[in-house]
Design a protein around this ligand. Structure first.
Ligand code: UTP
Length: 461
């Protein structure tokens, strides 16, 4: 058995769990590298890994039906109810009870961008980055509601420092250093096909970020949840970094959430076609609402029609949620209610026998929507895709930079048209800074659009 002063317990744990192969290169390491490896091993939860390795999931076995949802208002009664919700939501925001929370710890592998996805330029004319656009939206809402809306940013170990540096360099985009909280998510080791830890280098084991579901735990472990409590924040508006169209502060959504006493609320859009790769909202036999991933959806359910001949499972999740702070406190307090891990078989770059190569392995991740069935009450709220969801996942084609930029420009063109503002024929692409209008109603109808092909509106000229 190897020895190193101060690390006796960790070393014993590694041997007890038959993972001592991680010390294969021990004699090649200097003291600081040895310490690095042992630190890396010290937070490994071996019993959790063991149970994950032997667990299997089978969503197809579960019984569920389509989830009920709050539909877009059509009748005058529905419109009145919407209006009431909007007022309640406005008040909640104005009282400083809402924080914005972006998850930005992903690796963005499909996009193939070398850096945090939040630093990817996406403004169709301005070229502003995803982070910049989100921050300007939050600044605009803060101004509108006369409050400082806290901006929470979850990073991962690999992109944390670059993200912090980026916000520092840009002076926190005017939000004020005290209102921006940047914290990394937790990491979990991957295992090889035999259930063994994988060496990434001689002095470190391979770990991956614990999924967007890890965001709720990270709120707790980073101490941010506690800070939100001190500030009187009650509701956390959660969104993904790669959606430049997201309405970060939506008063009607917030209002329904508050008035109905929900622990979690989620936005849904109609699925574009049955096989679309989005999770769908379902109601399980015990009446809890959840999301079933497209890959877990049985074929016949994917195509199932209701009595009216419409797609039965048609509410697609767009990863926009509201979480009550107290609910997050409850599920992260170390009790036995917690989000489960999902297992994905992946190829992992490893150091084996002194050579770098890809090995078959298992990565474990939590999904944020697994919080839904843990709630006492949650609601699903319908919205329009073209107003809220333009994910930047790929560099071209579906859900790409191009499609997101097109949707941003189309949305802004729609806003101008609805406000009776003329857009010159020559204008091909148009973008409005959130500081000018974060919602359609903020647009000054007197605004003049220059006769140019590419137009960026960043002041109320
Ligand atoms: P995706 O599942 O689309 O992953 O994340 P990704 O890393 O952005 O892209 P690919 O799959 O590697 O191409 C959805 C959202 O969840 C965040 C991402 O940053 C994105 O906002 N996320 C994902 C995390 O914050 N942490 C994770 O561990 C995983």
């Amino acid at each position: 058995m190897i020895t190193f002063p101060g690390y006796e317990t960790v070393i014993r744990k590694v041997y007890e769990n038959k993972q001592e192969h991680v010390f294969e290169y021990w004699n090649d390491l200097n003291d600081s590298e040895k310490k690095n490896l042992l630190d890396d091993l010290s937070d490994v939860d071996f019993s959790l890994l063991l149970s994950l390795f032997f667990s299997t999931e089978d969503a197809a076995e579960m019984h569920f039906d389509a989830a009920p949802y709050i539909a877009l208002p059509k009748s005058s009664d529905e419109k009145k109810e919407y209006e009431k919700a909007r007022e309640a939501g406005d008040l909640h925001v104005r009282q400083g009870k809402v924080a914005a929370f972006v998850v930005a710890g992903g690796q963005g592998s499909r996009l193939g961008y070398d850096g945090p996805k939040g630093m990817f330029p996406v403004g169709p004319v301005s070229g502003k980055t995803l982070f910049h656009i989100h921050a300007e939206k939050i600044a605009a809402y803060s101004q509108k509601y006369c409050v400082h809306i806290p901006f929470l940013i979850m990073t991962s170990r690999s992109n944390h420092q670059v993200t912090v540096d980026y916000f520092n360099k840009n002076d926190f985009f005017g939000l004020g250093r005290d209102n921006v909280f940047i914290f990394p998510q937790n990491m979990i080791p991957s295992l090889d096909a035999q259930g063994k830890l994988i060496l990434e280098s001689k002095k470190s084991i391979f770990k991956n970020p614990d999924g967007h579901g890890g965001s709720l735990t990270a709120l707790h472990t980073s101490g941010v949840l506690e800070r939100l409590k001190e500030r009187g924040v009650e509701t956390i508006s959660y969104f993904q970094v790669d959606n430049p169209l997201v309405r970060i502060v939506d008063s009607a959504f917030i209002g329904f959430h508050v008035l109905r006493g929900a622990d979690v609320s989620s936005k849904a859009v109609r699925k574009a076609y049955p096989e679309e790769k989005v999770g769908v909202f379902v109601r399980y036999g015990n009446n809890t609402i959840g999301v079933v991933e497209y890959s877990d959806m049985p074929e016949e359910k994917t195509h199932s029609l209701d009595e009216k001949g419409d797609l039965r499972f048609s509410s697609g999740s767009i990863a926009i949620h509201l979480f009550q702070r107290e609910f997050v406190e409850r599920i992260t307090a170390g009790t036995d209610i917690a989000l489960p891990f999902h297992t994905a078989r992946k190829k992992i770059k490893a150091l084996v026998g002194g050579v770098r190569k890809e090995v078959e392995g298992f990565k474990f991740e939590k999904f944020v929507f697994d919080a839904l069935p843990l709630t006492e009450k949650n609601i699903v709220f319908e919205t329009l895709r073209e107003d809220e969801f333009a994910p930047v996942k790929n560099s071209s084609g579906v859900d790409s930079v191009e499609s997101a930029q097109r949707m941003m420009s189309e949305q802004h063109r729609r806003w101008l048209r609805n406000r009776g503002i003329q857009v010159p024929d020559k204008t091909r692409v148009i973008e409005i800074s959130p500081l000018v209008a974060v919602e359609q109603e903020d647009l000054d109808p007197e605004i003049k659009i220059p006769d140019e092909e590419l137009v960026y509106i960043n002041s109320n000229r």
